[in-house]
Design a protein around this ligand. Structure first.
Ligand code: PLP
Length: 292
């Protein structure tokens, strides 16, 4: 279902039909001159219009959205947009699915990212931190949906793997502790301080954003035109790797570097890692100056 075509779908197929994709309101890339509030209003209008122009709400099974986009570049959904989706789902009897595989389980400083928005989805998908590294994914939801399939109607070779489930029980016990979640928020604040400091020196960094310990910097060749800089992100990845730090890209244009460290990281480790990112940024900036 992903719409990140070039990275995940090119050369594969066929894909399921009748999936309608709507534009995601990315505040950083809104049209010049439009306020963020007006941009969100317009996005909501487009969403409502889709139920007239593209599909009858009566035949829509579900709306799937990441409350905070992961692969898409760590973009928090504007709150009013997500809340309007919740209202429309309730109004039309559509199942609202929050994909929290990347943003859930403490990553953003709350157990689930939806909690930042005061909404409750009908189904929630989780994986990654759920079992702290053991391979496990889960679909959690309202009883009337989860209990609807006939016995045996949902299955899989590894479903309910005992070892992974035991790991998940322990991990959830720890992750839900208020002190653990507070630490995720503190990690995010420390990351943000480093990234904003880098941004003040490097015009290459167009945006710094994220929630809790889910932070990203978006690299652009020109802050005005916001021309994506994916090659520079690839260079950062090479330079940090040379110095012992693995960084990972994100974003529709592969022009973001994402930071989602393990939530047991120490402040000293954050600072050590970010010092390497700073060095990499200096190398890339020097290369750019030399090329001009
Ligand atoms: C938001 C999101 N949804 C779904 C997936 C895929 O999850 P899984 O490997 O459990 O199918 C990923 C993987 O990175 C993801 O980030």
């Amino acid at each position: 279902m992903t719409s990140k075509y070039s990275l995940f779908k090119k050369g594969f197929g066929p894909f399921p039909s009748e999936i309608v994709r709507l534009p995601f309101p990315n505040p950083y890339r809104r049209p010049a001159g439009l306020s963020e509030a007006d941009f969100v209003d317009y996005a909501i209008q487009q969403l409502e219009n889709a139920f007239v122009a593209q599909i009858d709400p009566e035949v829509v099974a579900a709306i799937v959205i990441e409350p905070i986009q992961g692969e898409g570049g760590f973009i928090p959904t504007p709150p009013r947009f997500l809340q309007r989706i919740r209202e429309l789902c309730t109004q039309h009897g559509i199942v609202m699915v929050a994909d929290e595989i990347q943003c859930g389980f403490g990553r953003t400083g709350k157990l689930f990212a939806c909690e930042h928005y005061d909404i409750v989805p009908d189904l929630l998908t989780t994986a990654k931190s759920l079992a702290a590294g053991m391979p496990l994914a889960a679909v959690t939801g309202r009883a009337e949906i989860m209990d609807a399939p006939h016995p045996g109607g949902l299955g899989g070779t590894y479903s309910g793997n005992p070892l992974a489930c035991a790991a998940a029980i322990e991990a959830i016990d720890m992750i839900r502790q208020p002190e653990f979640l507070a630490r995720a928020t503190a990690i995010g604040e420390r990351l943000r301080q480093h990234l904003e400091e880098f941004q003040s020196h490097h015009p290459l960094i167009g945006d710094v954003r994220g929630v809790g310990a889910m932070m990203a910097m978006e690299l652009v060749r020109d802050r005005q035109a916001k021309t994506p800089a994916p090659d520079e992100v690839a260079r950062i990845t090479q330079e940090t790797l040379k110095r012992g730090l693995i960084t990972i890209r994100a974003g529709l244009y592969s022009n973001c570097v994402r930071f989602l460290p393990p939530l047991n990281i120490t402040d000293a480790q954050i600072d050590e890692g970010m010092a390497i990112v700073a060095e990499a940024l200096h190398v890339i900036s020097a290369e750019q100056t030399a090329a001009r």
